[in-house]
Ligand binder design. Structure first.
Ligand SMILES: Nc1nc2c(ncn2[C@@H]2O[C@H](COP(=O)(O)OP(=O)(O)OP(=O)(O)O)[C@@H](O)[C@H]2O)c(=O)[nH]1
Ligand SMILES: [Mg+2]
Ligand SMILES: [Zn+2]
Length: 361
């Protein structure tokens, strides 16, 4: 096979001393090491220096698993035994360097997006549902995971220079310490800059809504159309996801990238530290609030409300902060507390509806 002529190393797949020392200390030296590059309904595609295998976890592992984190995720390093040319068994997951997770909705536990990531690219396109608030959602999750974020503003071929400058200024104002790479796969603007950000042996995760161009950009990095992308000008399947499974790709002599299905909803987990980091400006202001337990929503002597009033603090940023903080606090509540809150909300809705009825002729 042609693939086997050029021998790859584990380092090419992202392996380093951090994982090797964990492997040694866990006594896993007898197994070979592979990386999880895709996940399909309970089985995994793993890659080692000899090739790719379909792999399953051992029954013992399933028996001991109590939560999602106990199962492998894309990005994981796993200890395997190879059964034949195509199949392998996963015996253990090496401790993770980073874990990026999110919530899909209120009912679910946190879900792992991917692990052992060095940099997360947040892709937004300047097209139809461009939304600054969404950046903050991603930034909080990425910050919480202690991963470096970089913003990619794609499809800049679609806007005028004036509009482009306006958008860049807006993003810079609101996220002053995050790198922004403006790109277009049509004019190829920004692609060199993107390539320069990607280093050999490091792992990069592409995040963003459906249709922003994640797979298109990765195809450009791969130098070929390996991943299926949405047909150009295809308006029949609006909102449909083109990429349906998360998968890892290896750039020649460069880094490792993970393509993700577009995220519909970026729900907050319990992300105190992440929020404080992303809204550091607000945290600093809050030290001047009159009350220590100020909620920054109605109190007199609230330094944050004052800053919004005097336009020292961007109002949209403030509103998004309050919204995301509430979401995060909600996830931290116990189920009983949540039920109480939902019941209260239900009663509130019922009362409002009753009142509305009174006005009906
Ligand atoms: N004009 C323009 N169109 C682009 C650009 N990048 C991607 N597109 C188009 O946008 C559409 C969506 O691109 P995809 O790469 O499939 O988007 P995705 O983010 O992978 O979407 P999901 O897989 O559904 O999450 C395709 O028709 C692309 O050709 C760009 O820079 N400019
Ligand atoms: Mg895609
Ligand atoms: Zn306050």
């Amino acid at each position: 096979m042609i693939d086997n002529i050029i021998k790859i190393t584990l380092e090419d797949l992202g392996y380093n001393d951090f994982f090797e020392s964990k492997r040694k200390s866990l006594g896993l030296s007898e197994y070979s090491i592979a990386r999880v590059i895709a996940e399909h309904k309970g089985s995994y595609k793993v890659k080692d220096i000899n090739g790719e295998y379909l792999a399953k976890v051992t029954g013992k592992q399933i028996f001991n698993a109590t939560k999602r984190e106990d199962y492998p995720a894309v990005g994981d390093w796993v200890a395997i035994t190879v059964l034949d040319k195509e199949m392998a068994i996963i015996h253990a997951i090496l401790p993770r360097k980073t874990i990026l997770s999110k919530k899909y909705n209120n009912k679910q536990d946190a879900q792992i997006i991917a692990t052992n990531i060095d940099v997360a690219f947040i892709i937004e396109s300047v097209g139809r549902d461009y939304n600054l608030n969404r950046f903050e959602r991603y930034l909080i999750l990425i910050n919480e995971a202690k991963i470096k974020p970089i913003i990619i503003l794609n499809k800049i071929d679609l806007i005028s220079e004036e509009e482009f400058n306006l958008k860049i200024n807006q993003i810079n104002d609101r996220f002053n310490n995050v790198d922004i790479i403006p790109t277009s796969i049509i004019t190829e603007q920004g692609l060199d800059e993107l390539i320069n950000h990607i280093k050999k042996g490091k792992t990069y995760c592409f995040l963003g809504s459906s249709g922003v161009g994640k797979s298109s950009l990765i195809n450009k990095l791969l130098g070929k159309s390996e991943i299926r992308t949405k047909e150009i000008n295809d308006s029949t399947d609006r909102g449909k996801h083109t990429t349906t499974a998360r998968e890892m790709y290896f750039l020649e002599n460069s880094g490792i990238v993970i393509d993700n299905p577009g995220t519909r909803e970026v729900g907050m987990t319990a992300v105190n530290a992440g929020i404080k980091n992303v809204f550091d400006e607000i945290v600093v202001l809050s030290r001047d609030c009159k009350y220590a337990d100020c909620t920054h929503t109605h109190e007199s002597g609230c330094a944050i409300l004052k800053a919004v009033e005097t336009k020292r603090l961007d109002e949209d940023k403030y509103l998004n902060y309050i919204k995301l903080k509430k979401e995060s606090e909600y996830y931290e509540m116990t189920d009983i507390e949540k039920r109480g809150k939902n019941r209260k909300f239900g009663q509130f809705i019922k009362k409002s509806l009753d009142q509305l009825k009174k006005f009906e002729p």
